[in-house]
Design a protein around this ligand. Structure first.
Ligand SMILES: [Fe+2]
Ligand SMILES: [Fe+2]
Length: 238
């Protein structure tokens, strides 16, 4: 029996018999998540433990770092099961992590802004994969979701606390101004060929531009709730 667009793939064994286009599309997603979760944990979450100003904030930052490394491990394990080699799931010269990880993290306020903004972007991606036609990937995304929500809430709670002082508010706004312009490119290009294939096979549900639009709206509301503003991004950095 051959697979049709819209069909579910329930097991790894079924996956291995799916059409090549389907398998390659799922592999691309698993690889990019495995790489980005690992790289993000290395450049942001783990170094942030040292930047956290109190034992309480260090404790929660440790938890965030543990969970982000855990996300890498989950995606990597699924990748192993579907036959992706280890080297393809770690950052390398050929497969560079996304530009959102190029931000040079120096302060605690910057880290809180990264969790506020970048983890919301991740939530939108994971929400989409929570309906994925490949059920092991769907389950993995559903397991990951509460943790990503915790990271975004962590960002919001600490940003709210920092914004209680005028000086803190300035620091958070400044970090938003510098970090937010890096985020639209996280959603990929409009009219993406890859995305078309993902949607054809119900691996992803929404277009890149639809997810970006949703993100812009949710971020604007979030930042305004903190009494701050989003900088205008005229040309998304791709
Ligand atoms: Fe994550
Ligand atoms: Fe996260």
């Amino acid at each position: 029996m051959s697979m049709m667009p819209g069909d579910k793939v329930e097991t790894v064994n079924e996956f291995l018999m799916a059409p090549e286009e389907y398998r390659q599309a799922v592999e691309k997603i698993v690889i990019s998540h495995a790489i980005n979760e690992l790289y993000g944990a290395q450049v942001f979450d783990e170094p942030a433990i040292a930047l956290a100003p109190t034992p309480y904030s260090k404790w929660l930052t440790c938890r965030v770092a543990m969970e982000e490394y855990g996300h890498h491990v989950r995606f990597r394990d699924l990748g192993n099961e579907i036959g992706i080699s280890q080297e393809r799931m770690v950052p390398s010269n050929t497969k560079k992590p996304l530009s959102i990880f190029e931000f040079p993290l120096e302060t605690w306020e910057e880290f809180c802004v990264i969790k506020l903004l970048a983890d919301l972007a991740e939530i939108i991606q994971v929400e989409d994969l929570a309906l994925c036609s490949f059920l092991p990937l769907r389950n993995l995304s559903r397991m990951t979701m509460p943790e990503e929500r915790f990271h975004a809430q962590f960002g919001k709670d600490f940003c709210t606390e920092i914004c209680e002082s005028e000086e803190g508010k300035k620091k958070v706004q400044d970090a938003i101004n510098r970090y937010f312009p890096m985020l639209p490119s996280f959603f990929g290009r409009p009219n993406s060929k890859n995305n078309e294939i993902y949607r054809k096979w119900s691996i992803k549900q929404r277009k890149n531009e639809e997810m970006l639009e949703d993100y812009m709206k949710r971020t604007k509301d979030l930042v305004e709730e903190l009494g701050l503003t989003l900088p205008t991004v005229t040309e998304p950095k791709l």
